[in-house]
Design a binder for this molecule. Structure first.
Ligand SMILES: [Zn+2]
Ligand SMILES: [Zn+2]
Length: 403
């Protein structure tokens, strides 16, 4: 006969789950309050005040005003041990919300359309839960509320401000609520999870003139067209086919009239890749192509190229820890999705460059409730039942890491 009596370990896990499930109603309230008051990067003042009020109310030591609006909450356990950082981003996007919900954005033209309101609520819930449990904790948990993930990036200035020091953080974890996965699933992998993000703007300078007399001109529209075409060869012919990369030209502006040959063309685009070995390489190829095409036409160019975020690369051991915890927390048949990757970028990458860590996707879409619009869409929303699952994931990862 198979025993149905839970083992002590099962009882403990069931208790942790029960205690965290009891926070669900609060998590929804916090998330909705944050959703109603979205703020753009480095302007998360009300959001920071809300977080600070909660931390103060609970007596959790914290530091505010880091990299402008960032906050670090510190939860030292009763016993010494390792230091785990948990990161949550707090910023919203310049999007007009189109959801007709009671908690819709009250801030015109600004919306939590990426789920960072959920991330903040989950981090608050985690702080609250861990603070109650600190007598069981061996080590310290630092909860890092970070501004401006959507750009220009708050992770780097927070690291520069010293959030990974005093005490030194041994490892970092973080999550993104993810509408590319259904609720009841979790995506995680060892190695690159999200892509490096690079950007460029280029002005191509030709010589304008009469549309009927092209021999007197250097046509910037033609030069630009050939540049756009030739840039497609970077991924197709320069990058190892076993590596993934994207070169997208997103804008192309030139010309003023149908019978005038344009003297300038402006193009801009984005580059994505996983393999850190490609850092600098794609940039070199793009510049070589632009220079070559311009030289062949007698045109010149002005190129501005910069890296926004490096690739988000998970450490093998930390990914294994998250995978193992997820296999116990996520109980649906769909379960833990391995090899989950996206060409989207994240500035969690800066933390993961400094210390080993793991970033993962918590499936949040629910098509049956029309909660499956993509991230950054004016109707983005997610299934709030994942909020307590996020807290459980973090709390269980802490239990494994700090024991
Ligand atoms: Zn986003
Ligand atoms: Zn996001």
């Amino acid at each position: 006969m198979v025993s149905t009596v839970p083992t002590p370990t099962d009882t403990h896990l069931a208790n942790v789950r029960l205690e965290i499930r009891n926070l669900q109603a609060q998590l929804v309230l916090w998330r909705r309050k944050l959703h109603q008051n979205p703020e753009l990067g480095f302007k998360e003042h009300q959001t920071a005040t809300f977080i600070t009020q909660k931390l103060t109310e609970w007596g959790i030591p914290h530091e505010t005003g880091i990299a402008q609006t960032g906050i670090v909450a510190m939860i030292p356990g009763d016993k010494p041990g390792k230091v785990l950082g948990i990161r949550a981003d707090m910023d919203a996007l310049p999007i007009q919300e189109e959801n007709d919900v009671p908690y819709r954005s009250q801030n015109d033209g600004v919306m939590h359309a990426c789920g960072h309101d959920g991330h903040t609520a989950i981090a608050l819930g985690t702080a609250y839960y861990l603070w109650q449990q600190r007598d069981r904790l061996a080590g310290t948990v630092k909860i890092i509320f970070q501004p401006a993930e959507e750009g220009p990036g708050g992770a780097k200035p927070m690291i520069e401000a010293g959030v990974l020091q005093n005490p030194a953080v041994d490892a970092m974890i973080g999550l993104h609520l993810w509408n590319n996965l259904p609720v009841g699933t979790l995506g995680v992998r060892s190695g690159p999870l999200m892509a490096a993000v690079e950007c460029f703007r280029c002005t191509l300078l030709g010589k304008g003139g009469h549309g009927a007399m092209p021999h007197q001109t250097t046509d910037a529209v033609l030069v630009g067209s050939q540049v756009v075409n030739a840039l497609q060869t970077v991924v197709a012919r320069n990058v190892d086919p076993l590596d993934s990369a994207v070169v997208t030209v997103g804008t192309f502006h030139a010309g003023t009239a149908l019978n005038v040959i344009a003297d300038t063309a402006h193009i801009s685009g984005t580059v994505r890749y996983f393999n850190p070995k490609l850092e600098g390489f794609i940039q070199q190829r793009i510049e070589a192509i632009i220079a070559g095409v311009c030289a062949s036409h007698g045109a010149s160019y002005d190129l501005d190229y910069w890296q926004l975020y490096p690739a988000t690369v998970n450490d093998g051991e930390m990914a294994a820890l998250v995978q193992s915890v997820a296999s116990e927390v996520i109980e649906t048949p769909l379960g833990v999705v391995p090899e989950c990757q996206t060409m989207g970028g994240e500035d969690m990458s800066f933390f993961l460059r400094e210390v080993p860590g793991c970033y993962f996707f918590l499936g949040a879409a629910n098509g049956a409730k029309q909660l499956d619009f993509p991230h950054h869409h004016p109707r983005f929303d997610f299934d709030e039942s994942v909020l307590c699952v996020g807290v459980e994931m973090f709390a269980r990862c802490v239990e494994r890491f700090c024991s």
